[in-house]
Design a protein around this ligand. Structure first.
Ligand code: URP
Ligand code: ZN
Ligand code: ZN
Length: 511
């Protein structure tokens, strides 16, 4: 029985996906060093039908195979970027990287899966599932690599809990929710809403993710700074001193602990925020911290640049740290296991959009690029500089994300049976990042001029080469939506025991 997504060939009906897979020859990656989060070994890797079929010391090449010579290269799991905002409508504008350009940029840099934030207009009554369908409608025809969605809750409404339950069902495949503690009046939730949301997450065994800043204090500081004549991008950083992020991170951890809810803190930008996470982990809390490529490579001196547009390009929240030692510190915390995985917060606004904030820094759209450069930036600042080894690199660029979001070892591991999302990575090659050569739909790059060792030479998504020889070979819509199931053991395996301990105590008294 044919459906509209099938093609008949001599009496056999292929789905469009099977057609793609049949069109790609088996790939044999020879002579490389396979790197997983816990091991490194020389091996050949055979891929067909989108899956890793064999890994062994020597696999004989057959005529139908396409052979890739990976001598002196690492063969690593494709990067998973757990934090992107493609095609996101916000502040009256839409981010420049849509799901096509954004995922093309991703694969050009060695990332084969993104977890994007779906932000339903819940404040104005849009249901979580309607928002989800809108995002799927934007993404499905365009994505060039696999993707999943994390759904933002921007207000607590009477129907929110029920909708959270629906969207975590297998039909929708969402296992995390994002809560903004900043952007007052648009995305921000208040503490009581956040607490209710966390309770609901814990009940559903879904992960709560927070953008941790004190939105109310920021609002007051913005008004004060504007009154004092601070209108340029330097006002953005001054409205958000580092302790504003640290305080909110600590508060999020406290609320999560009260709700017995595992927590994931997105874009950890500062020493204080990282310290708050470490403090709560030492108390036994389950908290994950995600620094981003920008925070690992750049500091906040850019906000004071004489050139208004240069400074505006770096406006994101929380801002880049003013302390020049922070990027290296964050990498050391990733090495030590105090922070856990890297994302990008890819949220691109071009020069025209940034210029909307001329004369009032609060109107500069917040966001930066990163999805294309994360793998190289993390290699340069982490492995090339000697702070982490290649296995930890795999852990913080793919494996830990796969575990947290419950898709390990299907993703995040080079293993028989895993998806063939693979990067042939050359640790000895280098590239200099530039807007002139990147694949973003963006007229600048915040990493402009940074020289990075570690280059993704070949990117394979579901067994198909999508990037090689400096050229994209992508097919819009060839990526798939990956449903994420709740109750990730990496996050929730101890949950029931913890629940028991937190049960309210009743003292039976004789009347
Ligand atoms: O400035 C940022 N981070 N923009 C994207 C939205 C968010 O806060 O994650
Ligand atoms: Zn954020
Ligand atoms: Zn973000």
């Amino acid at each position: 029985q044919c459906d509209y997504e099938s093609v008949c060939d001599y009496g056999y009906c292929y789905t469009i996906d099977e057609m793609f897979e049949n069109m790609s020859p088996p790939l044999l990656i020879k002579n490389g060093t396979v790197v997983n989060e816990d091991s490194m070994f020389k091996a050949d890797v055979l891929v067909s039908n989108g899956i890793i079929q064999e890994i062994s010391s020597s696999i004989i090449a057959l005529p139908e195979m396409e052979v890739i010579d990976a001598t002196d290269r690492f063969v690593i799991p494709g990067g998973i970027d757990p934090h992107t905002h493609m095609q996101m409508p916000y502040m009256g504008e839409v981010t420049k990287d849509d799901f096509l350009k954004g995922t093309e940029a991703a694969v050009a840099g060695g990332t084969t899966m993104i977890i994007d934030f779906c932000c339903p207009d819940h404040r104005n009554g849009e249901s979580l599932t309607d928002g989800y369908k809108k995002w799927r409608g934007w993404a499905d025809p365009k994505v060039c690599c696999d993707y999943s969605l994390s759904v933002a809750i921007t207000m607590w409404r009477p129907e929110t809990a029920e909708q959270m339950a629906i969207i975590t069902s297998p039909e929708y495949g969402v296992n995390s929710f994002k809560f903004y503690m900043a952007y007052e009046g648009t995305l921000m939730v208040h503490d009581d809403e956040l607490y209710r949301g966390m309770q609901e997450c814990a009940k559903l065994r879904a992960l709560a993710r927070v953008h941790a800043e004190n939105g109310k204090v920021i609002k007051e500081r913005e008004i004060d700074l504007l009154k004092q004549g601070v209108t340029g991008p330097e006002g953005h950083t001054q409205s958000r001193p580092e302790e504003i992020e640290a305080e909110a991170t600590n508060r999020a951890c406290v609320l999560a602990s009260q709700a017995n809810c595992p927590l994931y803190v997105v874009h950890v930008m500062t020493r204080g925020a990282a310290a708050a996470i470490a403090h709560h982990r030492a108390q036994g809390a389950i908290v994950f911290g995600e620094p981003i490529a920008a925070g690992l490579a750049l500091d906040g001196s850019h906000y004071y640049d004489d050139d208004w547009l240069h400074a505006a390009r770096y406006v994101m929240s929380p801002p880049l740290s003013r302390d020049p030692t922070t990027p290296e510190l964050l990498m050391k915390l990733l090495a030590a296991g105090e922070l856990h995985l890297t994302g990008t917060d890819n949220c691109t606004y071009d020069c025209r959009q940034k210029s909307l904030g001329k004369g009032n820094f609060t109107k500069i759209p917040n966001g930066i690029n990163g999805v294309e450069d994360r793998m190289s930036v993390v290699w340069e600042k982490g492995v090339h500089s000697g702070i982490i080894d290649p296995m930890r690199y795999v852990s913080i660029t793919s494996a830990t994300a796969a575990k947290i979001f419950n898709i390990y070892p299907k993703k995040g591991r080079i293993a028989v049976g895993s998806d063939a999302d693979i990067v042939v990575f050359n640790p000895n090659a280098y590239r200099t990042i530039s807007k002139n050569t990147h694949h973003h739909n963006l007229d600048f790059n915040i990493f402009e001029g940074i020289k990075c060792h570690g280059v993704a030479e070949i990117t394979i998504s579901r067994g198909r080469i999508v990037w090689a020889n400096g050229k994209l070979q992508t097919v819009p819509g060839s990526g798939k939506f990956v449903p994420l199931s709740i109750n990730s053991p990496f996050v929730f395996a101890s949950h029931e025991k913890r629940e028991e301990k937190k049960k309210p105590k009743i003292v039976e008294r004789l009347e």
